[in-house]
Design a protein. Structure first.
Length: 352
């Protein structure tokens, strides 16, 4: 009976996810379907950062750099920039590999660092990558500098291009709908991989390093290799998300990968619940949708007061920041924390 209930639950969830973009399109508009697509990309990013911060306990403030590496790996080889138009089946793994290599390059100098020092080094790494991309347009133009790369190829599945609109059985499939299903599949695969890693021997080693690195080393865990593996795997997830982002946007520039974006991804992990995969998913979805929902403050002011009293952009970020502060005061472990972190912050006993 439990198995039957589980299958029924999975079936209902699958139907709801399949219908979601069309329902949202009909009720809230196509712009919100695009926001859902972006939220799925941030789910992948946040889960990658959760490996580094949530599982291994390594504070990474430059994570968006791996997103940039994946995006530029795709864009440079699927655009008129070099006149190369490789298939995404080759470019996405290549972007993941490149991001993983950069993850190891970042992790290697931080092996003997802890706490705030790791944060400073990773922050610097993220800014180095952004500035490097911004200036790599002379003497040889590789990244096109601050102008960015345009006309990036969309995803092609067989003879189907995801940037075109199709009619199937009277149902209009717009590009945002097509990308939704691709991003959903990638996000679900990322969730499954994260869950498997969490319960694996590697995941338990990461948790041991996070709790007490000296004790973990004394118990025989190779802390150096485990920390490098955390950086590499987390960066790999970011690289895949970056490639998908480049194909979705059709344009990227260094300004798409700023420190602000790194902080936002970190907020998703902390707000959702560090170390808990489902909590991180919730945090990513909320922090993608909430700032967009707060854009409606401007029209509401016009409706209530007859004029805009406070600039919507300023008020939106003020309310967004206030919401984060309140959450950290009321739920310091996050919306859906892992059991271990909840015990750490509340003093709850194992059996309680």
């Amino acid at each position: 009976m439990l198995t039957l209930n589980r299958y029924l639950t999975y079936t209902v969830v699958a139907i709801a996810l399949a219908a979601l973009p069309f329902v949202v399109d009909a009720t809230l508009g196509r712009a919100w379907v695009r926001i859902i697509d972006v939220a799925l990309l941030f789910v992948m990013l946040a889960l990658g950062l959760n490996i580094v911060v949530g599982f291994a306990g390594l504070l990474d403030l430059g994570y968006i750099a791996f997103f940039a590496v994946g995006a530029y790996s795709y864009a440079l080889l699927a655009s008129p920039q070099f006149g190369i138009h490789w298939s995404f089946l080759a470019l996405l793994p290549l972007g993941a590999l490149m991001a993983g290599v950069f993850g190891i390059l970042l992790g290697a100098p931080t092996l003997k660092l802890r706490g705030d020092y790791i944060a400073i080094v990773t922050l610097g790494f993220g800014e180095i990558i952004r500035i490097f991309l911004n200036n790599l347009n002379r003497p040889i133009n590789i990244t096109n500098g601050p102008q960015g790369i345009t006309l990036i190829d969309p995803l092609h599945l067989g003879g189907v291009s995801l940037n075109k609109t199709y009619e199937i059985a009277g149902l209009t499939i717009a590009p945002v709908h097509s990308y939704y299903f691709v991003f959903l599949i990638c996000a679900l695969l990322t969730i499954v991989l994260s869950r498997r890693l969490e319960s694996s021997r590697i995941g338990r080693a990461w948790v041991a390093i996070r709790e007490d690195e000296l004790a973990a080393g004394a118990m025989g865990i190779n802390t150096r290799d485990m920390k490098l593996l955390a950086f590499a795997l987390g960066a790999t997830f970011g690289g895949v998300a970056g490639g998908l982002f480049a194909s979705f946007q059709g344009f990227i520039s260094p300004e798409s990968f700023t420190l602000h974006d790194s902080i936002m991804v970190l907020c998703m992990v902390v707000l959702g619940g560090m170390g808990n995969v489902w909590g991180v998913v919730v945090g990513a979805v909320l922090l993608t949708a909430l700032p967009e929902a707060l854009r409606y403050i401007g029209p509401l002011q016009q409706q209530w007061f007859g004029r805009v009293v406070v600039d919507p952009a300023d008020l939106r970020m003020l309310l967004f920041g206030l919401a984060l502060v309140l959450m950290m005061l009321l739920r310091p472990a996050g919306l859906w924390p892992s059991k271990i972190r909840r015990r750490e912050l509340t003093g709850e006993k194992n059996g309680g």
